[in-house]
Design a protein around this ligand. Structure first.
Ligand SMILES: *Cc1c(COP(=O)(O)O)cnc(C)c1O
Length: 362
């Protein structure tokens, strides 16, 4: 039996009702039903409906189910970039999207901000020839967030023809996006949705679809089963081209329904309340301090602290109390800890973590 509470930034603690939904999935033999059956189409339609409501999506946006955010990066480049993409990079995840574009033979250019910093939008020059502009809303490796206003400001600077892609993998549904300013946003379920990994959700508008169709009409390769037109042709009938992650699509629908019942505003407020608990503690701690210096750029959902003792020691000392935080990312492994603040983490759990850190480390 594992009684730990995972404050790790993904995979993380499961949404509290997931075990119960797993049981009902097993009772209904969801692992055995055909992905072409009416039962599956109803599951898919339910998940889509709940997500549309939760994310407050306008009608010109579609929702597609893929395997991960990594896959969405690759499909985004294949489907919407003939020759050039531009990336705002401030950590490992935003950098990876840039590299994938290069690996797929595109001309990818970037503006790179130092690790742990946000983007000075007014100083960034975006090439007019970039077809896709990528910005990360929440850089999970460093804890730096890009406010929605900064994303809107970025839109006003770029070629109107360019598609603006937003990585909200570790923050969705927290940011209240203005969908008239962005073309696509994507996330994976093992972060803020508190589900097992293995499902990436790609939200994209008619402009992205038109671009994929234009590239295809030119005779260019946009991939096969997971090209945008292929995914869409099946999505219209509440299916995927391949046999998808049926169980996770089901669980996502159940969790999104519960989030809707709770209300997106309540979820957002709780997230802010919990983030404040951690940041206020860290600001006065003898062992920790806040890694992101600019308050406006501090993530609400993935909180990164510099630590004077090694992250391994923090993790070891928390273990007897059944609490797990993440180590730092990459070269920051020892010098930082990462605390996920997802909807699955209750206010009282976060309060308990803060008290324990205070007691153990001051
Ligand atoms: C976790 C993460 C990804 C990658 O997600 P996968 O589901 O592992 O592909 C991408 N971007 C950000 C910001 C992330 O936190």
């Amino acid at each position: 039996m594992n009684n730990k509470i995972y404050f790790t930034p993904g995979p993380s603690e499961l949404y509290p009702t997931v075990p119960q939904h797993m049981q009902s999935a097993m009772a209904n033999k969801i692992g055995s039903i055909s992905h072409r059956s009416q039962q599956f189409k109803d599951i898919y339609a339910h998940t889509e409906k709940e997500l549309r409501q939760l994310l407050q999506l306008p009608d010109n946006f579609e929702i597609l189910f893929l395997s991960s955010a990594n896959e969405i990066w690759e499909r985004a480049i294949q489907n919407t970039v003939e020759s050039e993409s531009f990336h705002l990079v401030n950590g490992s995840f935003s950098k990876r999207f840039y590299e994938i574009s290069l690996e797929l033979g595109r001309k990818a250019t970037k503006y790179e901000a130092p690790f742990g910093e946000g983007f000075p939008i007014d100083q960034i020059e975006v090439p007019a020839t970039a077809e896709l502009v990528a910005v990360v809303q929440n850089e999970t490796s460093s804890g730096a967030a890009t406010p929605v206003e900064a994303i809107n400001q970025l839109r006003s600077k770029i070629n109107p023809e360019a598609l603006l892609f937003v990585d909200a993998v570790s923050s969705m549904p927290h940011p209240a996006f203005d969908y008239s300013q962005i073309d696509s946003v994507y996330f994976s379920v093992q972060k803020c949705f508190g589900l097992p990994a293995g499902l990436g959700v790609w939200v994209l508008n008619d402009r992205c679809i038109a671009k994929a169709e234009a590239l295809k009409a030119k005779g260019l390769s946009i991939g096969s089963f997971h090209s945008i037109p292929s995914l869409l042709s099946k999505a219209k009938g509440y299916q995927n081209p391949e046999t998808p992650n049926v169980l996770n699509i089901y669980l996502l629908g159940q969790v999104a329904e519960e989030m809707n019942k709770k209300g997106i505003e309540v979820i957002r407020q709780e997230t802010e309340t919990k983030a404040k608990l951690v940041y206020e503690y860290a600001a006065n701690s003898q062992t920790f301090d806040i890694a992101v210096k600019e308050p406006a750029h501090r993530s609400a959902t993935t909180i990164i602290l510099n630590t004077k003792v090694s992250s391994a020691e923090v993790i070891k000392k928390l273990a007897p109390f059944d609490m797990v935080v993440g180590s730092g990312y990459g070269s920051y492994k020892d010098a930082q800890i990462r605390i996920a603040n997802f909807p699955a983490h209750s206010v009282s759990q976060m309060q308990a973590l803060v008290y324990k850190l205070q007691e153990l480390f001051g």
